[in-house]
Design a protein around this ligand. Structure first.
Ligand code: ZN
Length: 601
């Protein structure tokens, strides 16, 4: 059998990235040269140990410039090893090389730990006087925000004890939880399957298959549930102790601080999303009709509403995404061309390659790379637009240098969601067949609901268990299940039947254990990005220069300041509704498409 040009287009055959330009010399010689250089810079910088308080603005600027050179060298080596590994995670040689680079990078970093500690110790007046100097503009925001934990730091011996004991405390409990979850076996069709495989069946069009998978998952979650609940209780209590010792006012305050988000803006987000819980409720009522049910159950939520889908070739996808970006900025479209022509993308799916998709910023003196697993679905076109959005953001912000190129977490999705939304509009124009249109709209809406509403419902669960543990003491399995069901029901209302079995489904989610408070950031980032897009809708081409300024600014300012560049006011309580309005309009469009497809009675 011969492979035709059309086959190659469907698999994006031969679309590989070229990592060699990251290195000064090929392969291990290049990696060793970079790490050797970084090591020498680290030794040089380490001479400043104990003398940070004596640095003047010129001295500090020199220190930060050298440190940036070090980050560049380590970043190039780490990017090369990590990206090379991502294309074949089964190759032991690549794995070992990545491990070796990581270990050397850690050793280099350890030599410089003193700087952050000494910097945090300086009085505010001295810091502000130093940062007022223009020679430090390239590191100003970074240096200022590095001190934001100052009021919550303990004395050095106390910090050392907490760090050392956490290995056998929090970290040990986290690892036990991970091991417990990875050992969960679900009985599917009489044979043991992974939890992942069983969860995948919830997308099946056949209801019996979904129901069967859900029952098997619920059964599989019972063994070890007591242990997982105990781990959760222990970590809730541990967090409560930490927050008390470090003077955090609420369970979420430390997370907000690390996200550079104010407590008020996060609370405003949570309130706004809860007020619009009618959106998921309307959708699930509509979905029941599409599936021919009176009411859907928890295990029906992921079911696909249509199984027809035409394939999209790589060339057509590239063109569509390029045109979408060209529709609002030639500068962005030209940069997209650089990704296509410069071997900055690794597209084909192949065995051993890391699943999913991502964009790696690498270092500002180089360019970003995009990894995809291209399968020629419409969704893949949106993924291409999404990851290129990250890539464009990184590329436009490269002049900010190593300290300010990347945005804080809450703004990291701005360009990706923006580009994806523009591309989605184009894609929708092309799809005229009613069932396909419905499928496209429905899958996009479900992604929005998962990112915004589901994550906020999970945040409410976290809020309930953290406060519950602090006020009521140790929480029983029944109590945790009750709080899980309550917070899910609040979002789903009468639209979805929550079965009793569902009460244990909190118990495999890693975020509650490993990164408490993290989940709201998904909703924050998505709605922020959508409201930036709403500005573009409202103002058209006049908005584009401001938007490009936002991208160029990277992470050189606090999130609130960055928002102001595009007239977005994160402190405005109504702010979040703009993004939510867009999702509501998508729901209206999906309802319309369902009617047009003859799927509503
Ligand atoms: Zn993203």
């Amino acid at each position: 059998m011969t492979t035709t040009d059309a086959d190659n287009d469907l698999t994006a055959a031969g679309v590989f990235w070229d990592l060699d330009p990251l290195l000064p010399a090929p392969s291990d010689d290049g990696l060793n040269a970079l790490l050797g250089r970084a090591d020498a810079i680290a030794d040089d910088l380490a001479q400043t140990r104990g003398h940070v308080p004596e640095l003047d603005a010129a001295g500090l600027a020199t220190f930060m410039e050298k440190l940036a050179e070090l980050h560049d060298a380590v970043g190039r080596a780490g990017s090369f090893a990590g990206l090379d590994f991502a294309t074949d995670t089964t190759d032991p040689a690549r794995g070992a090389r990545m491990q070796r680079i990581e270990e050397r990078a850690t050793a280099i970093g350890t030599k410089l730990v003193f700087f952050e500690l000494e910097w945090a110790e300086l009085p505010d007046e001295q810091v502000e006087a130093l940062l007022a100097d223009e020679r430090l503009a390239f590191a100003r925001h970074h240096l200022r925000s590095a001190r934001r934990y100052r009021p919550h730091l303990l004395s050095e011996p106390e910090e050392v004890i907490l760090t050392e004991k956490s290995l056998t405390g929090r970290s040990a409990w986290e690892r036990l939880f991970e091991e417990q979850v990875s050992s969960i076996e679900v009985q599917l069709d009489g044979a043991p399957a992974t939890l992942e495989a069983a969860l995948g069946r919830l997308h099946a069009p056949d209801r019996d298959m979904r129901r069967g998978a859900a029952a098997a998952i619920s059964a599989a979650l019972q063994p070890g549930l007591r242990t997982r609940a105990y781990i959760l209780n222990t970590l809730l209590s541990d967090k409560s102790t930490d927050d008390r010792l470090r003077h955090y006012e609420s369970w979420i305050a430390s997370r907000n601080l690390s996200n550079e988000a104010s407590d008020e803006s996060v609370q405003a987000l949570v309130d706004a999303v809860q007020r619009r819980y009618t959106i998921p409720q309307r959708w699930y009522a509509l979905k029941a009709q599409l599936l021919g049910l009176d009411r859907i159950a928890d295990y029906d939520r992921m079911a696909s509403v249509a199984d027809v889908e035409a394939k999209v070739g790589w060339r057509a996808a590239k063109e569509l995404v390029h045109d979408a970006y060209a529709s609002f900025s030639t500068e962005l479209a030209d940069t997209v061309t650089k990704f296509y022509d410069g071997a900055w993308i690794d597209a084909p799916a192949r065995p051993g390659k890391r699943p999913g998709a991502f964009c790696a910023y690498t270092v500002p003196s180089h360019h970003p790379y995009v990894l995809l697993n291209w399968t020629a679905r419409r969704r893949d076109v949106l993924t291409l637009a999404h990851e290129l959005g990250h890539g464009l953001h990184a590329y436009l912000a490269r002049d900010q240098g190593v300290y300010h190129q990347a945005t804080p977490l809450t703004l990291a999705e701005t360009a990706s969601v923006f580009g994806e939304t523009v591309t989605f509009g184009r894609l929708l124009e092309e799809v005229t067949e009613p069932q396909e249109r419905l499928a496209l709209l429905a899958s996009n809406l479900e992604d929005q609901i998962a990112t915004v509403f589901r994550q906020i419902a999970m945040n409410r669960f976290e809020n309930a268990i953290h406060n519950g543990r602090r006020e009521e003491g140790e929480l029983s399995i029944e109590r945790i299940g009750e709080l899980w069901a309550e917070t899910q029901t609040a979002m789903l209302g009468d639209a979805v039947e929550i079965t009793d079995d569902y009460r244990a489904w909190w118990s495999y989610i890693p975020h509650f254990i490993g990164t408490p408070g993290y989940v709201y950031a998904y909703a924050y980032g998505q709605l922020l990005a959508l409201s930036v897009y709403a500005q573009y809708e409202a103002r058209g081409p006049a908005f584009v220069p401001q938007y490009l300024d936002l991208l160029r600014a990277g992470g050189s300012m606090a999130p609130e300041e960055l928002g102001k560049l595009v007239d977005v006011d994160l402190a405005d309580p109504e702010f979040w509704d703009r993004g939510l309005d867009i999702i509501e309009r998508q729901l209206d469009a999906t309802t319309e498409a369902a009617r047009a497809a003859g799927r509503l009675s």
